[in-house]
Design a protein around this ligand. Sequence first.
Ligand code: FAD
Length: 117
Amino acid sequence: KMGNETLKAELGRAAWKVLHTILARYPEDPSIREREHVSQYIDSFAQVYPCGDCARHFIKLLKRYPPQLNSRKNAAMWGCFIHNKVNERLEKPIYDCTSILDDYDCGCGEDEAGLDE
Ligand code: FAD
C-alpha cells in the first residue's frame, strides 16, 4: 500500500486539476446563476475535502481571498492565486499564472458546460 503522504499528494493533484479545469472553462460573461453554481461548488469542495487539515486551512483562505467570479480570466487567475497560497504554506514553488487558461484544457473543445441549460 502506498504511504499516506503519497496518497495525500495524489488526491491533491487530482483535486487541483479538476478545480483549475472548471475555472478555465468558466463562462467569459457568467450569469448570476452560473456564478452561484461555481461559488457553491468551491464552498462545498472546501467543506468536503477529505483531508481535514487541508480543508481547515483552505476554508480560512477562502474567507480571506473570496473567489473572483466575474469573468473566466479572473476566476482562473483566482484559482491559480489560491493554489499558490497553498504552495507557499507547503514551501512549494510558486506557479506562473500567465498562461493559466491554456494550461488547463478540458479536451471538450467548444462543448462548454452550459451550466444553465
Ligand atoms: P500540486 O500542488 O498538486 O499541483 C499539481 C500541478 O499543478 C503542478 O505540478 C503544477 O503543474 C500545477 N500547479 C502548481 N501550482 C499551481 C497553481 N498555483 N495554479 C495552477 N496550477 C498549478 N497537502 C498538504 O500536505 N497539506 C495541506 O494542508 C494541503 N492542503 C490542500 C488543500 C487543497 C484545497 C488541495 C486541493 C490540496 C491540498 N494539499 C495539501 C495537497 C497539495 O496542495 C498538493 O496537491 C500535493 O502536495 C501534491 O503536490 P505537487 O507538488 O504534486 O503539486
